[in-house]
Design a protein around this ligand. Structure first.
Ligand SMILES: [Zn+2]
Length: 259
């Protein structure tokens, strides 16, 4: 069985300046569910050079003006880098980070995102030649425009945004997108839970996250040497966030273990 690790830092629970729905309780509720079950490791913040792997100097300067939020955003990207490295070392990892990242474009950001955690993590391990090719699966309700923009002209990274509005279509589209993705050295999952039936998307069930996880984990086992990591993006229905996160994670673990 592949080992599983959660990447988390207490700073993710900071009440920094952002939209009122993007609350510290998002990560607290997930950790209430996951921390009794899995080992947790705390990351280091990413460096300025890491941020510049994906973002303009102008965006970096703007974000530095809000020091407390900047520090947390750097820790979130650092958590993403740690999760990617753990995956390379053979551990299935889930970075339960705030702020999210997939709406952070090279030179602008929106949607409660400041730096693109997934983009920075993948660019970092590419720059270190730990991998040569990556696939990113984004299952958030919203199109991950930032991640798409960062890798749009990068042949080393394939970004798959799943955008179907019915349950069966969403799962089918996930399956066919990964089937067409070919092999890679790692799979990164941008895990938004706002497609949940009681969240904004009013679509997927807790069980569906498990099924999506099995599909993604099986793909990682067969085409990415079993290397897979998960990063938290959206998800705003606090009572079931932990259950949905656990459902996805256990699904990925089952898929990657070939159960
Ligand atoms: Zn979203």
């Amino acid at each position: 069985m592949k080992p599983v690790k959660i990447v988390f830092d207490k700073s993710y629970e900071t009440d920094y300046r952002t939209a009122s729905c993007e609350v510290p309780g998002r990560v607290s509720s997930i950790m209430d569910t996951l921390s009794p079950l899995y080992e947790t490791e705390a990351p280091q913040p990413c460096s300025e050079d890491d941020i510049l792997l994906c973002h303009s100097e102008g965006l970096l300067i703007v974000e530095k003006n809000d020091r407390s939020r900047y520090d947390v955003a750097r820790m979130a990207a650092g958590g993403a880098i740690m999760a990617a490295r753990l995956a390379i070392e053979g551990t299935l990892s889930f970075a339960v980070v705030r702020p999210p990242g997939h709406h952070a474009n090279p030179d602008h950001n929106w949607g409660f995102c400041f730096f693109n955690n997934m983009g920075i993590a993948v660019r970092k391990i590419l720059s270190e030649k730990l991998i040569h090719k990556a696939v990113i699966l984004d299952i958030d309700l919203h199109f991950g425009d930032g991640t798409d923009a960062i890798f749009h002209y990068d042949d080393a990274v394939r970004v798959l945004n799943i955008q179907s509005s019915t349950r069966r279509e969403f799962i089918q589209e996930t399956r066919s997108a990964l089937k067409d993705a070919g092999s890679a050295d790692i799979l990164g999952i941008s895990a938004g839970f706002d497609q949940y039936e009681l969240d904004w998307g009013a679509n997927l069930t807790t069980g569906d996250y498990h099924e999506i996880g099995v599909i993604a984990g099986t793909y990682a086992r067969d085409f990415c040497s079993g290397r897979v990591f998960i990063l938290l993006e959206g998800g705003y229905y606090l009572p079931d966030l932990g259950a949905n996160a656990l459902s996805l994670l256990t699904g990925v673990a089952e898929g990657v273990d070939g159960k």
